[in-house]
Design a protein around this ligand. Structure first.
Ligand code: SAH
Ligand code: SF4
Length: 410
């Protein structure tokens, strides 16, 4: 069964600062915080093996030993899930003390954790600067999928998506992206006692970059975080079990194939440029034909099987039989699966969800053309597990407190 975990957020008003408006070039005008804070110990989470090696040498580790120390520390952190240098018992005591003085192993802080009747878990995690992002864990019979975020907010403004309305956008650091996986494994109690379980028997067996943000506008940090997650001596998730979802940042698609090699999902959502311009405004920059050209090479270069086309079902907008037929014609030649997502309505949303009958009819046309066309079923509805909901609830709570303060003069 397919899952649903997406953002539920109001439409961002078009503004001058919005890169999708007017003719402004698309920029990545977002805050990026440095990996190393100016003072204090450096966080080892998020550093590559080479970066840890360099840092250990600067901290006095003899060059000849550095590679071995990296291997040992890496295993403690990413295989065993250890956070305390004192427990790294295959390192000399004074070396452990030096590590504890120089470095930290720091993860985002879990602010709230909710568990749905159906087993879906939702975490609200706090990162530097007091920002909050959501992480959703969805258990299924044959897998457990973690939906993680790549940015706080999103610079893009898809008109059906609530995330695009958030004013503040900041790229998550590599540590904050890997950290989401680690806090979920903590909660699931999935650091191995002896040896790592095989992918298919793990509670957390799959990752989807489908939370907040456009992952390809934070390419380097997403790539480096996924490299850590895929490292065979650590979390060790196969690249086949990681899916990156993009709205269609065409120039980064080839790089994703070459430098990450994960599965790719495309927020396609429309079959004409006219409609896609409205739904996914990045289409004005990279229209459907250019996007499809970039996708044709993806399976070969990344050695992955097929591309997932995500298609949100919006009543009377993109859900006709003609749309289904056009979709089939457009993706001809691309190994594909089409995920139909019933639109998650939110207050003030300018669209309605297509009827179940319409969705089934659409799915049928695609299925008859030879494509898998699963309809995503929402999960964790009782805890509002669609990404973005809890955060907006927190923001509302804050706002009303501020309003109360204003009204009462306190
Ligand atoms: N920014 C990336 C990944 C995050 S969104 C992207 O756009 O691909 C994950 C998926 O949820 C995307 O396909 C997105 O279009 C979809 N989505 C966003 N808001 C939604 C809503 N209200 N209802 C249904 N799907 C939605
Ligand atoms: Fe939402 Fe993804 Fe569009 Fe950003 S790119 S506004 S997260 S659908």
């Amino acid at each position: 069964m397919e899952t649903a975990f997406f953002s539920y957020m109001p439409v961002k008003p078009l503004s001058e600062s919005n890169p999708m408006d007017a003719k402004a070039p698309i920029t990545q005008d977002v805050l990026t915080i440095p990996r190393k804070l100016p003072d204090g110990p450096r966080n080892l989470i998020g550093l590559s093996r080479d970066q840890i090696r360099d840092a250990l040498i600067v901290a006095g580790t003899p060059e000849k030993q550095a590679k071995m120390r990296v291997g040992q520390i890496w295993q403690w952190i990413y295989h065993w899930g250890v956070r305390d240098f004192a427990l790294m018992t295959n390192l000399a005591k004074d070396y452990r003390a030096m590590l504890a003085d120089t470095f930290v192993i720091a993860l985002p802080e879990v602010v709230t954790r909710q568990v749905s009747d159906d087993g879906t878990r939702k975490y609200l995690v706090r990162i530097a600067g007091g920002h909050e992002v959501e992480v959703v864990y969805i258990p299924e019979t044959d897998r457990g999928t973690l939906c993680i975020s790549s940015q706080v907010g999103c610079t893009l403004t898809c008109s059906f998506c609530h995330t695009g309305t958030q004013k503040l956008v900041r790229n998550l650091t590599t540590a904050e992206i890997v950290g989401q996986i680690m806090v979920a494994r903590d909660d699931l109690g999935e650091w191995p006692e002896q040896g790592a379980p095989k992918d298919e028997t793990r509670l957390l067996s799959n990752i989807v970059l489908m939370g907040m943000g456009e992952p390809l506008y934070n390419f380097e940090n997403v790539r480096d975080a996924m490299k850590i997650a895929m490292d065979p001596e650590g979390i060790s998730l196969s690249r086949r079990r990681i899916t990156l979802s993009t709205s269609g940042v065409v120039p980064e698609i080839a790089r994703t194939a070459q430098e990450i090699g994960c599965q790719l999902a495309i927020s396609f959502h429309a079959t004409t440029d006219e409609v896609r311009d409205r739904l996914v405004p990045i289409n004005k920059r990279w229209p459907i034909a250019e996007l499809l050209d970039a996708l044709r090479d993806y399976p070969k270069v990344s050695n992955s099987e097929r591309i997932t086309f995500e298609y949100v079902m919006l009543d009377g907008v993109n859900d006709s039989d003609e749309d289904a037929q056009r979709l089939i014609n457009l993706i001809k030649g691309i190994p594909a699966k089409i995920n139909l997502i019933p639109f998650n309505e939110w207050p003030g949303a300018p669209y309605k969800r297509s009827s179940n009958n319409r969705i089934r009819k659409f799915a049928d046309i695609i299925y008859k053309a030879g494509y898998a066309s699963p309809i995503r079923t929402p999960r964790g509805e009782d805890i509002m597990a669609a990404c973005g909901q809890l955060k907006s609830a927190t923001e509302r709570a804050r706002k009303s407190k501020a309003q109360i303060a204003q009204e009462t003069g306190l």
